[in-house]
Design a protein around this ligand. Sequence first.
Ligand SMILES: [Zn+2]
Ligand SMILES: [Zn+2]
Length: 350
Amino acid sequence: MRAARMYGRQDLRIENVPTLGSPPPGWVRLKVEAAGICGTDLEVYLNARRSKEPPLAEREPLTMGHESAGVVVEAGPGVDLPVGRRVAVEGHLFCGECFWCRRGDYALCVSLRSTGQGADGGLAEEMLAPARICLPYSDAITPEEAAVTEPTSVAVRAVRRSRLEPGSTVAVVGGGTIGLLVAQVARLRGAESVVVVEPVAERRALAERLGADRAVSPDDAEDALKDLTDGVGPDVVFEAGGRLAAVRSAVRWTRKGGRTVLVGVSGDTLDLNLMSFLLGEKELIASLSHTYDVDFPEAIGLLESGKVDVRPLITDRIGLEQVVTHGFDALHQEPAAHLKVIVLPNGQPA
Ligand SMILES: [Zn+2]
Ligand SMILES: [Zn+2]
């Protein structure tokens, strides 16, 4: 079968790999119908390493892809998902037994691996996954939309962790896929006003189309946020861009006593003046990915009900053979021109 395998820095090869065997107990084999590429994947592609793991070149090549939707073609022993069932794959392979798993914080598992990041993922014709992280979805959404469940569940978790209260004022820094999803979910969870801060004009327009009250450029943000909040500042500021300057701004713009939520991924070190942080009694909250049992089902529900619309976020649909040229290279070379790139490894789903 064909798969997009990561060998090292900017060395992703679309190649033949052995057909996957029968799934072990509790696992399923899926025909991948749609798989998204996101900023985290691009980071891995460009830098060939993630903080916790040795450089990819020192390991076996890995099939990338952590935003996958597929159809069950074979179920291992003890699995009650029927063949033919369409599922969205949450992606975390966790032990289920450690301190954090017992608390339900699976993304903090001591032995966490993820599909496409530590385990073979969905940028392939087929993949293997534990059945418990394969969640069925209804005909209300397409496989493409189902593949966007993963980033949607990132937004669901971030809004949950922000302890957003109805009537809150919210700013979202970064109008990429995650930022635009956070803005939608925050509105649904009762935010009274949502402002998206984003440098690209087309994305600002999209943010307003998707329900943000206002979208402003970073240069205008400080004044706009003060205006909208009578000089107080937003109750909650989500940082969904992952750039250090944006994180600094997000903390600064958060009102005294408010909360800044880090959703964007960054390897940078933040220098924070502790006195001004203390005098503002601000909270800095990190939100990491999602859980299969709370965030992911909630995200599927939001997509099925149409309350969150991911269709305008899908800018590209490509085949597996185009993953490098029209996927990773496109996202790297023209970041402003693409949001969610969807790969259809088996062609257009029926
Ligand atoms: Zn992602
Ligand atoms: Zn664990």
